[in-house]
Design a protein around this ligand. Structure first.
Ligand SMILES: NC(=O)c1ccc[n+]([C@@H]2O[C@H](COP(=O)([O-])OP(=O)(O)OC[C@H]3O[C@@H](n4cnc5c(N)ncnc54)[C@H](OP(=O)(O)O)[C@@H]3O)[C@@H](O)[C@H]2O)c1
Length: 255
């Protein structure tokens, strides 16, 4: 039956940046579909709260600390989740940061930390998880959170645009190389989502209205709008999809 192919019962996986926003909503969706989910990020208080909301509704989840800017912390995260869950069937590289400044004034320290968190970190975590999947013969799924800004360039976001563009190409490159092991690598490209990351824009009445008017569906996404695609990409229902960036943007890229 087709709905069986969407079920994640028996699967275990990891979502980074799961204490808030898109990551939190995807983690909940994945657990509701039957998976055991590791919620990771830096802020343990937020992660424990998000985990408690899930476990109190009978879902399987646990919090794990990671700083995606630190290679040792990333390696430790992969080891801890594998030790606790026994396996990783899916990874969502969702943690990310943004810093807004014109290119001529952009601070080098921010450039460096954005590359580490948004691009190098996802590569290192994918590498650790792929090694585990290959060793254990797991036909797993890796999903990166890219962005509209990988396509449009944006304004005053040179490092963010570069990292999301890089993450898109990393998705395709790793998809090609890992396909031989049955490991799929895809990306989600969110449009405008109401999260902490976009709080300033949401409060800027003029910009908020201008962006909303440019979205064919006429509204910003809620984090929960991303959960269905997360479940699909982690599940056997998407078994023949790899190397793709799938936009969830209310039609923005079509306009
Ligand atoms: N909101 C949008 O409109 C939009 C659009 C396109 C793409 N995205 C992407 O969606 C992803 C999630 O963002 P969001 O919108 O849900 O915003 P958010 O609520 O601010 O989530 C960002 C998450 O990243 C985590 N994070 C940041 N730096 C980290 C680090 N060094 N180590 C580990 N975790 C780190 C944060 O967790 P801690 O605070 O616990 O570290 C936080 O949970 C990001 O990759 C973002 O670029 C968002």
């Amino acid at each position: 039956m087709i709905l069986e192919r969407f079920r994640l019962k028996g699967k275990c996986g990891l979502v980074t940046g799961a204490g808030s926003g898109i990551g939190k909503a995807m983690a909940r969706g994945l657990a509701e579909a039957g998976a055991t989910v590791a919620l990771s990020g830096r802020n343990m208080e937020k992660l424990e709260r998000a985990t408690a909301e899930m476990t109190s509704s009978g879902l399987n989840a646990a919090p794990f600390s990671v700083d995606m800017a630190e290679p040792d912390s990333i390696a430790a995260l992969a080891d801890e989740v594998i030790a606790d869950f026994g396996r990783i069937d899916f990874l969502f590289n969702n943690a990310g940061m943004i810093y807004r400044e014109a290119p001529e004034a952009f601070p080098f320290t921010e450039w460096e930390s954005m590359l580490r968190v948004n691009l190098t970190g996802p590569f290192l975590l994918s590498q650790a998880v792929a090694r585990h999947m290959i060793a254990e013969g797991i036909s797993g799924s890796i999903v990166n959170t890219s962005s509209l800004i990988a396509v449009f360039g944006g304004v005053k976001v040179p490092a963010y645009a570069a990292t999301k563009g890089g993450l898109t190409q990393l998705t395709k490159s790793m998809a090609n190389d890992l396909a031989q092991y049955g490991i799929r690598v895809n990306a989600i490209g969110p449009g405008w989502v109401k999260t902490e990351m976009t709080a300033a824009l949401q409060h800027n009445t003029e910009r908020f209205a201008a962006i909303s008017a440019r979205i064919p569906l006429g509204r910003w996404a809620a984090p929960e709008d991303l959960a269905g695609l997360a479940v699909f990409l982690a599940s056997n229902a998407s078994a023949y999809i790899t190397g793709q960036v799938i936009f969830i943007d209310g039609g923005y890229t079509a306009m």
